[in-house]
Design a protein around this ligand. Sequence first.
Ligand SMILES: *[C@@H]1O[C@H](CO)[C@@H](O)[C@H](O)[C@H]1NC(C)=O
Ligand SMILES: *[C@@H]1O[C@H](CO)[C@@H](O)[C@H](O)[C@H]1NC(C)=O
Ligand SMILES: *[C@@H]1O[C@H](CO)[C@@H](O)[C@H](O)[C@H]1NC(C)=O
Ligand SMILES: *[C@@H]1O[C@H](CO)[C@@H](O)[C@H](O)[C@H]1NC(C)=O
Length: 298
Amino acid sequence: MIRFTFRVSLFLLFFLLLSPSRSFSVSPRPVVYPNRSKQLSWRPRAFIYEGFLTDEECDHLISIAKSELKRSAVADNLSGKSKLSTVRTSSGMFISKGKDPIIVGIEDKIAAWTFLPKENGEDIQVLRYEHGQKYDPHYDYFSDKVNIARGGHRIATVLMYLSDVAKGGETVFPRAEKSQHRGERAEDDDLSECGRQGIAVKPRRGDALLFFSLHPDATTDENSLHAGCPVIEGEKWSATKWIHVDSFDKTVGSQGNCTDENESCQRWAALGECTRNPEYMVGTAELPGYCRRSCNVC
Ligand SMILES: *[C@@H]1O[C@H](CO)[C@@H](O)[C@H](O)[C@H]1NC(C)=O
Ligand SMILES: *[C@@H]1O[C@H](CO)[C@@H](O)[C@H](O)[C@H]1NC(C)=O
Ligand SMILES: *[C@@H]1O[C@H](CO)[C@@H](O)[C@H](O)[C@H]1NC(C)=O
Ligand SMILES: *[C@@H]1O[C@H](CO)[C@@H](O)[C@H](O)[C@H]1NC(C)=O
């Protein structure tokens, strides 16, 4: 489950003062080099790919997230629904699939690296962690019916680091089995207290982490428990692609008309509420949610 308790007001204020600069150029056809992907652990199956994203791709993801945040902050203000900002207390933004050629290129690379089709992926989520912010240990798979109605279980996650972090902010797998992994990643000295609680990946701009939440036999892998350690110094930007066992684009069997029941549905969907608050947004076959259209489930 995605549960954030992020403090965001300063964050928003910060972005309101920035005007997003959008320098736009099309990347060449993406190429994946399997020899850059290194195994981190077998339990869970986790791999690191150094230099997965170019500087341009990292900057592009960050700049889209910044401009979306700015837009939504303004929309909130216009509607006067300040209450909403607690719902969205923002963790981050989702970038719709295939939004532009650079995003397409990133999604192509992810599919090529993971051997998992693009349509099985959710929209990329970009997150910013400020000092002290963290993501407590959690699984990326769900166990409730609502969340697996669309695309089935999450099988894998690709976590891309968009910034270097001076201290802290590691991704740590506290239950990973330490094989004779060569410890060629960060030296322990480099790791925060939290990062030493398991196998840790120190965020490095452009690197990507791939791990599987399901065993090869499709049962859930409890060793895939992971956390985002508190950022001690600097800030951390990351982009996540969750990948399901089945198409995430395919519409779930719908009944009745495909409509949104609230004028804010589109905006909520863009803010990630379909995933964060599926009971309300998506609902079930018996009890349809309020934003089925915007959540692409009909
Ligand atoms: C990885 O493979 C590419 C393409 O075959 C090659 O150009 C590159 O030198 C290789 N890199 C390493 C570190 O082996
Ligand atoms: C938000 O609304 C208030 C009151 O209408 C206004 O004074 C303020 O300038 C607005 N802020 C932004 C960022 O638009
Ligand atoms: C769907 O929309 C049509 C036309 O607007 C309407 O006649 C029909 O009653 C609606 N059906 C449901 C289940 O809402
Ligand atoms: C839409 O949702 C808001 C916030 O929950 C609520 O105040 C409003 O009444 C809803 N509008 C409709 C048409 O249901």
